[in-house]
Design a protein around this ligand. Structure first.
Ligand code: HXC
Length: 510
């Protein structure tokens, strides 16, 4: 018996060593942690239950039968994050470059199946040279099985990808189908074809970092949702994110103890909106003053900054926030901001996270670049996402809400439940100047007349009361009481039930 126990320990120790001490040191020398160190940091101490530690590949080509490392380059299992269950896989670059064999993929599929069956999120830590070249189509088939599970799990359990090394070729499409992607600066990259192929085909000279590093994907492409300094920071941020999310689509988002007065008044909000309608102000100030303990978890902070997306808690419950940012491009809607917000709204809706929308939007961005690149279709994504969302929706208009953008930004007409406006809000087809120049074109040569018409238009429309008279705005509220009013609105909506007509699925403009 003692010998058997000893053998178990010996086998475990060998598996834990992955590709060996030398490769572990090489991994550390690059500023990267090992697959197991990452799992330890991600999960609550001592909570990890590992599966398939002794799985080995079955390849016999290219001498592979002589090299069968236990675990086959991926560490899989489950554990807890602040006491809540998550499944995890962590690719081990020290073992055959973390490359994906049929059995490596099978291990990932096993925990994904368990996650779906048992209703817990999946966190995938990616650090891999891609398809195991020695295995050919078996490896591709393995990827295909993982992809199919990503699709099946979408909207059932939250899926989070952390990119902590190479992730190239078709391999990028597994993270791409998950809900959130985090990257580590200077040590991770994602691209469909690498710099050498790019050079051959397009004659562009580009480094791996420029082509697919964390900065590229969080600032330019929006493929990734967050970029972090190192492995430790990225994993700590995953823990923070998971705290906001429900475990699956059958459970409500978690409620945390909160120590912030829900009736807290913020007198400073009464002067947040400047006198001059063209002067910007920081919408994040409003978000922080509404949130419990000023805790805001921003998603895609570095992309399309004219719209802000992220999570707060109100009375301890998770709420998704979408807010125009007047500090950037006057908070205008454009292709990038519409895509960013639409995806966020859909995430919230599929996981029953209520949505708070803060509106200060002058309209859609004009221009050939926007039109040629399909602002019609991309703008429609946000419209569609809001209109199909059945979660509680509360909207606060702080200042401008013009034209189509008024309708898009969770208006009453898209089944928002409670629509508030600050007294400073202006709900109209367009700003006074533009409107005057169109309806009083004949007077354009007379500045006095134009000024009088503009003043008249402002008087009539630059306020929330026309919309309030029609019931499109439920109440005009004091800015200082926004937290209290919004929290009470969501409290009243806790048992909201709304559904869509039966359909196989919708056809959102992709
Ligand atoms: C088998 C691999 C491997 C792979 C790396 N290794 N990638 N083994 N299949 N795909 C092995 C190396 O042979 C090496 O083994 C060890 O991992 C570490 O690799 P190095 O090259 O020494 O590391 P580094 O210099 O850091 O370079 C990392 C790398 C490079 C950039 C990822 O290894 C590389 O370019 N690999 C090939 C990438 C690739 O073309 N993959 C297929 C993409 S297509 P030893 O024993 O020497 O230490 C794809 C399709 C997916 O993935 C399709 C889905 C549908």
């Amino acid at each position: 018996m003692k010998d058997i126990l000893q053998e178990l320990e010996t086998r475990r120790a060998a598996a834990r060593l992955g590709g060996g001490q030398k490769r572990i040191e090489a991994q550390h020398a690059r500023g990267k942690l090992t697959a197991r160190e990452r799992v330890e940091l991600l999960l609550d101490e001592g909570s990890f239950e590992e599966y398939d530690m002794f799985v080995t590949h079955r390849c016999t080509d290219f001498g592979m039968e002589k090299n069968r490392p236990a675990g086959d380059g991926v560490v899989t299992g489950w554990g807890t994050i602040n006491g809540r269950m998550v499944y995890v896989f962590s690719q081990d670059f020290t073992v055959l470059g973390g490359s994906v064999s049929a059995t490596h993929a099978m291990k990932i599929c096993k925990i994904m199946d368990m996650a779906m069956q048992n209703g817990a999120p999946v966190v995938g830590i990616n650090d891999s040279g891609g398809a195991r070249i020695q295995e050919g189509v078996d490896s591709l088939a393995g990827y295909g099985e993982v992809f199919q599970r990503n699709i099946m799990a979408s909207g059932v359990v939250p899926q989070i990808s952390v990119i902590m090394g190479p992730c190239a070729g078709g391999a990028v499409y597994s993270p791409a189908m998950t809900d959130f992607i985090f990257m580590v600066k200077d040590s991770s990259y994602m691209f469909v074809t690498g710099p050498d192929v790019v050079k051959t085909v397009t004659n562009e000279h580009v480094t791996a970092e420029e082509l697919g590093g964390a900065s590229t994907h969080t600032k330019k492409s929006s493929v990734a949702d967050g970029a972090f300094e190192n492995d430790v920071e990225a994993l700590a941020e995953v823990r923070r994110l998971v705290d906001f999310l429900p475990l699956n689509n059958r459970q409500p988002p978690p409620t945390r103890p909160f120590f912030d007065d829900v009736d807290r008044l913020e007198a400073s909000l009464d002067t947040l909106v400047p006198e001059n309608p063209n002067t910007p102000y920081d919408m994040k100030e409003l978000i922080l003053k509404i949130a419990d303990e000023a805790d805001f978890y921003e998603i895609q902070e570095d992309f399309a900054k004219n719209i802000i997306t992220g999570f707060i808690r109100l009375e301890g419950q998770t709420v998704g926030v979408v807010a125009n940012q007047p500090m950037v491009l006057a908070g205008v809607l454009d292709i990038d901001s519409a895509r960013k917000a639409a995806r966020f709204v859909r995430f919230c809706d599929c996981f029953e996270i209520p949505i708070l929308t803060l509106v200060d939007v002058p309209g859609f961005l004009p221009g050939t670049s926007q039109e040629y690149n399909g602002v019609i279709k991309h703008g429609a994504k946000l419209l569609f996402a809001y209109g199909e969302a059945t979660v509680p929706k509360v909207t606060v208009i702080t200042r401008k809400s013009y034209g189509g953008a008024y309708v898009v930004m969770a208006s009453k007409h898209l089944r928002a439940d409670v629509n508030y406006a600050w007294p400073t809000s202006e709900i109209a087809v367009m700003g006074a100047k533009g409107a005057t120049e169109i309806i009083h074109r004949a007077d354009l040569g007379d500045p006095d007349k134009i000024a009088a018409h503009t003043a008249e238009y402002e008087d009539r429309f630059a306020n929330p009361f026309v919309a309030a008279e029609r019931g499109f705005i439920d109440e005009v509220i004091q800015p200082r009481s926004t937290r209290k009013r919004v929290a009470r609105a969501f409290a009243a909506l806790r048992s909201k039930q709304q559904s869509m007509p039966w359909k196989k699925h919708d056809n959102i403009p992709l």
